[in-house]
Design a protein around this ligand. Structure first.
Ligand SMILES: O=C(O)CCC(=O)C(=O)O
Length: 314
């Protein structure tokens, strides 16, 4: 497969990140985050997954040897119990606000930077086909304004056998592409764009791409867990879907539970005082909670509305 277009972080000032992303839909920035900062979060996550029994006994954190007897993924309740602990780590959220990452995202987006408050942690067991994330565009789930961006951040070196992300070059120019309505996945072989590009992505590197850029994970065919974060960014004067600020699903997740063990208040509800352009707006949510096509969607909108009201009354 064709290699990623890449740049070393110190050279970013001399090349336009904006132009690169506008033309190819992505750019791999090498060596942006200090290894120690990424590794510290990795170790905190490994502590959690180790206690959960996801690692083979007798191996160290460096090996990350997965116990395939514990295989689970996003749709499994055993996964969600562990994931909630990871999501509750202050350092998990702090990585999205890392000064080096903020600085680069400002080069792309400008000074009105909104960092979406819910990064996604990917804890990917090896050799499990159903856990491989297939071709999709993030705009399908982030909604709001398509001019938003994802930073994909592996917390350890990620050679091809560990299943790093692949990108379909130039695919952001084709708008929203046809998906299977059940899964949000673009059916095999139908994605529009240029060549698929891929390659090893190391701890400290950050793969940045547009919300309409088609991407997929390569299968993890190693013996190790693959651990990475996806963080989202946009201009706060552009539309943001309020589902990105609350817990719209029917699980019992909440910001209060997330913040329970945090030492600092600095990043709690940091978006509350920004003047955001919500789409749907609160008034539209009131309507949708009554008129959406199914009772399931109506309760989802009602949940978003009630959490928004308590976060941002008025
Ligand atoms: O890490 C993965 O396996 C998938 C990540 C992804 O799809 C994303 O960053 O949007």
């Amino acid at each position: 497969m064709k290699p990623f277009r890449e740049i070393y972080a110190p050279d970013l000032q001399s090349r336009s990140l904006k132009k690169e992303i506008a033309s190819q839909g992505y750019l791999l920035v090498r060596g942006l985050l200090p290894f120690e900062d990424v590794n510290q979060l990795l170790n905190e996550i490994l502590l959690i997954v180790g206690v959960a029994g996801w690692l083979m006994p007798g191996y160290g954190f460096v090996e990350r040897a997965a116990d395939n007897g514990a295989i689970c993924g996003e749709s499994d309740s055993s996964f969600n119990l562990v994931y909630q602990q990871v999501f509750g780590l202050e350092s998990f959220h702090a990585l999205a606000h890392h000064p080096a990452l903020r600085q680069v995202m400002k080069l792309l987006i400008g000074s009105r930077l909104l960092i979406h408050p819910k990064p996604i942690g990917r804890l990917i067991f090896p050799n499990c086909e159903r856990l491989v994330i297939q071709a999709h565009q993030d705009h399908q789930s982030i909604a709001g304004d398509p001019e938003s961006f994802t930073a994909w951040i592996p917390l350890h070196n990620c050679p091809l056998e560990l299943g790093p992300l692949r990108i379909l070059e130039g695919s952001h120019r084709f708008g929203l592409q046809k998906v299977d309505p059940e899964t949000g996945i673009i059916p095999n072989g139908t994605a529009r764009g240029g060549d698929w590009v891929s390659g090893q992505i190391n701890a400290g590197d950050v793969l940045i791409f547009h919300s309409l850029t088609v991407h997929a994970a390569a299968p993890n065919v190693s013996k190790q867990l693959r651990i990475s974060l996806d963080c989202r960014f946009q201009d706060y004067e552009r539309a943001v879907d309020p589902a990105n600020l609350v817990f719209a699903g029917s699980s019992n997740r909440s910001w209060e539970a997330t913040y329970a063990n945090w030492r600092s208040d600095d990043l709690k509800y940091f978006w509350k005082h920004m003047s955001l352009k919500l789409k749907p707006s609160k008034d539209e949510l009131i309507q949708l909670a009554q008129t959406a096509a199914s009772p399931k969607m109506q309760s989802r909108y009602a949940r978003i509305l009630s959490q928004l009201e308590s976060q941002m009354p008025g």
